[in-house]
Design a protein around this ligand. Structure first.
Ligand SMILES: [Zn+2]
Length: 245
């Protein structure tokens, strides 16, 4: 038997291009009602025994749910990919899913791209992400979050769980090389989008290829001179050719 998952995660039976939801089970027989029983008062029913359809009461008062079956299948696949491909971004997962659809009717019936991205993000938060730490010392960044999508080290410095003013520095070897060619750095602190427990996300930009590139990201718990000094010192440890003006 073929199933698709409902938005609440229940198995819906797909049979003869109609969709049914479980009504009840009695004496080893399961009774399924057409999902349009409420909306159209449809009387289409299916009986199954041991995972086999033994009766289809084909009295539907509407056309088969072909588009609905396809969209539900696509959303199911999207959710599975969201859980299995942890290193793909929600944007990549949604665009990959959409690119496989050739029918306009199906793409028209799907939720918007923004809604699908939110679905992926919500699933990620529930299933894969570790619980949010409540103190700086509880932060434990695990793989694959310490690497870039190209599997290059990304978390380059962590001042440690016993540092009350813990600082995390994210960048890549390549980014630091670009930065070492430039003596003009642009440093910007963002406070609003900073994750809980930190006061700011500090970003260091430099100009290359006529573009301002963000190259280093630091999570900083305060705005003190000590923290800024520490960041510069650690950057120089990581790449000693750096030459901030
Ligand atoms: Zn029906």
């Amino acid at each position: 038997m073929t199933y698709v998952k409902s938005t609440k995660g229940k198995n819906l039976l797909v049979y003869a291009e109609y969709i049914f939801e479980k009504d009840y089970t009695k004496n080893e027989k399961t009774y399924w009602k057409c999902i349009k029983y409420n909306m159209y008062k449809c009387c289409g029913r299916v009986h199954t025994v041991n995972d086999e359809v033994v009766l289809h009461k084909n009295t539907h008062n509407h056309t088969p749910n072909i588009t609905e079956i396809s969209t539900k299948t696509i959303i199911n696949e999207l959710k599975e990919t969201a859980s299995s491909q942890v290193t793909s971004t929600p944007h990549q997962i949604v665009t990959n899913t959409i690119s496989t659809i050739s029918s306009q009717a199906i793409s028209g019936a799907l939720p918007s791209v923004a809604t699908m991205k939110k679905t992926v993000q919500r699933l990620r938060r529930c299933k894969n992400a570790p619980v949010n730490p409540s103190t700086l010392s509880e932060i434990n960044i695990i793989d694959p979050y310490t690497f870039t999508l190209n599997k290059k080290p990304f978390l380059l410095y962590d001042s440690g769980s016993d540092d009350v003013n813990r600082i995390l520095l994210f960048s890549t070897e390549e980014n630091l090389k670009i930065l070492s060619d430039q003596c003009h750095w642009f440093i910007d602190g963002t406070f609003k989008s900073s994750p809980q427990l930190f006061t700011q996300i500090l970003t260091i930009h430099a100009i290359k290829y006529d573009t301002v590139l963000p190259l280093v990201f630091a999570l900083v718990p305060n705005k003190t001179r000590d923290s800024y000094t520490k960041i510069i010192k650690e950057l120089l440890n990581l790449e000693n050719n750096l030459q901030p003006a």
